[in-house]
Ligand binder design. Structure first.
Ligand SMILES: [Cu+2]
Length: 64
């Protein structure tokens, strides 16, 4: 599942298990929300690879 639909004033908790390393984008698909900053990049690293332990992470929330 790549997209979760939310109605105004609703929320969902979604667990994500990455299947590839890299920098990924997490964002809302509502243009006004994107303009307001509701998007974040996050980095998935290979925990078994030396020196890859500290990647960027982000936190985003959705509100009406
Ligand atoms: Cu939004």
């Amino acid at each position: 599942m790549e997209v979760v639909n939310l109605l105004p004033a609703s929320m969902v908790v979604a667990d994500m298990i990455p299947d590839d390393v890299g920098t990924w984008l997490f964002r809302c698909h509502v243009n006004d929300h994107i303009s307001a900053g509701m998007q974040v990049r996050y980095r998935v690293t290979d925990a078994s690879s030396p020196g890859s332990g500290s990647g960027n992470s982000g936190h985003a929330s959705h509100s009406p």
